[in-house]
Design a protein around this ligand. Structure first.
Ligand SMILES: Cc1cc2nc3c(=O)[nH]c(=O)nc-3n(C[C@H](O)[C@H](O)[C@H](O)COP(=O)(O)OP(=O)(O)OC[C@H]3O[C@@H](n4cnc5c(N)ncnc54)[C@H](O)[C@@H]3O)c2cc1C
Length: 410
């Protein structure tokens, strides 16, 4: 068992047997992910080997219900596993989020949402086929929704449109920052049903096979951090998909976004993992425990104070994360919703701050590319940019929702 100081929930936190097993499984994969992380980062290449291991471990079906052949992880279990993977390779954990949410949203989340009996029956059939592709076919899903407009922030309809055609949909548009570009088997595209007036209520969530005619991947990928996510641009030109491509019935994504807000916190566990890794690195570095770093620095009071500050920040971050996990459900109370924003903000901002403190405290040798800290620092910088709940938008939402009740205006 790994040292509980460097685990996602620490000692003494109540976990089910299944959660314990899945976290242990993620821990067992971790060291090999960590070994490969520098190469994916240097090459800005996708972590294919890690995905082969995730597939062998059954993790592609982590959030697929057991009755459909998956591991049946719920939101909380997923978040604990994701944060554990994040300690070892941020890009793997972040891309795995896109895949896992492509099963969690149409699966457990959609179970909580209102549908007509007809919609429910149809969704059950479509969902089962979608899960089958993953469980039997080993399919990997991406989740492109960003477009460079106000849509990904949840404040305008998606500009990518789906026009009703006989037996399905014709998709046109563009998605930026599509993690897993070129590696995914299917792209779970959020788009708007084409009508004279586009409306967020008409958001569709459609699965597009990677080899669909009219789908192309364009542009280069040479970012600051999270380089292994390979988040390139997708262009859809008259891409045709059948009715079965619907990952949620019409209108249900819109309902999910307003009634299951914790669905947007799932990017943050990756960054909690990075924060833990930066803290662990610092302790091991200052103790002289890291291979190839023989100098001990732990006897200096300034280092001890810095580590103390880092531990306090990490514990504050972890405590809020674990508290937020308890709140996640359909129609959460207002305080739980505000706490979800606070958790997302805290994890994303503190992950980067912990990496900053780690470099300042350990010093120049610690940021050489032969060590993982400089990568953690760059990867951590990306967290607060992730829409729809960027750090800025979390502040925006907390401020507005704290001061206004529904229907109030000035
Ligand atoms: C490593 C990485 C992987 C990613 N993977 C994916 C992925 O798989 N799928 C995907 O869909 N996206 C992905 N994204 C995209 C990400 O979620 C954001 O959409 C992207 O970073 C936004 O960039 P932008 O320049 O278009 O931001 P802009 O939309 O220009 O926003 C810039 C900033 O302005 C603020 N802002 C934006 N809109 C508003 C508003 N209406 N009101 C007030 N403030 C606002 C936000 O704080 C935002 O950070 C990824 C991003 C990164 C960095």
């Amino acid at each position: 068992m790994s040292d509980p100081r460097y685990s996602v929930c620490g000692s003494g936190y109540a976990l089910t047997e299944k959660q314990r097993e899945l976290i242990a499984l993620a821990e067992s994969l971790g060291p090999r992910f960590a070994e490969r992380a520098a190469r994916y980062d240097r090459e800005a290449s996708f972590p294919h080997e890690n995905y082969a291991e995730l597939r062998s471990a059954g993790f592609l079906g982590l959030c697929v219900p057991e009755k459909n052949g998956g591991l049946g992880a719920d939101f909380k279990t997923y978040s604990l596993v994701s944060a554990t993977l994040g300690k070892y390779c941020g890009a793997t954990a972040l891309t795995f989020n896109m895949h896992a949410c492509s099963t969690l949203w149409p699966g457990l989340l959609a179970d909580d949402l209102d549908m007509t009996a007809e919609q429910r029956e149809e969704h059950e059939k479509r969902k089962a086929r979608h899960f089958e592709k993953i469980i039997s076919g080993g399919a990997i899903y991406a989740q492109p929704f960003s477009e460079g407009s106000a849509a990904a922030a949840g404040q305008a309809p998606f500009g990518t449109t789906a026009t009703r055609v006989d037996g399905g949909w014709r998709i046109n548009g563009k998605k930026i920052f599509a993690s897993l570009a070129g590696a995914a088997s299917c792209y779970g595209v959020l788009c708007t049903e084409a009508k004279p007036q586009l409306s967020m209520r008409d958001t569709l969530y459609l699965s597009v096979p990677a080899d669909a005619p009219g789908l192309s991947i364009v542009g280069d990928w040479d970012p600051l951090g999270m380089r292994g996510t390979v988040s390139r641009t997708l262009v859809f030109k008259d891409v045709l998909v059948g009715d079965d491509a619907q990952m949620m019935p019409r209108g249900v994504y819109y309902q999910a976004a307003s009634r299951w807000p914790h669905m947007f916190t799932t990017l943050s566990p990756t960054y909690l993992g990075i924060a833990i890794a930066a803290y662990e690195f610092t302790v091991r570095y200052l103790r002289g425990d890291l291979p190839g770093v023989a100098v001990r620095r732990r006897m200096y009071p300034t280092k001890q104070v810095a580590v103390a500050e880092m531990w306090i920040k990490l514990e504050q971050t972890r405590a809020l994360f674990l508290r937020m996990l308890e709140d996640a459900r359909v129609d959460p109370t207002k305080d739980a919703r505000l706490r979800a924003y606070a958790s997302q903000f805290t994890i994303m901002e503190n992950a980067n701050d912990l990496c900053r403190l780690a470099i300042r405290t350990c010093g120049g040798q610690s940021m050489l590319k032969s060590l993982p800290l400089e990568r953690l620092y760059r990867d951590s910088r990306c967290g607060s940019l992730m829409l729809p709940w960027t750090a800025e938008l979390c502040l925006d939402r907390i401020g507005r929702e704290a001061l206004y009740e529904p229907g109030e205006s000035d």
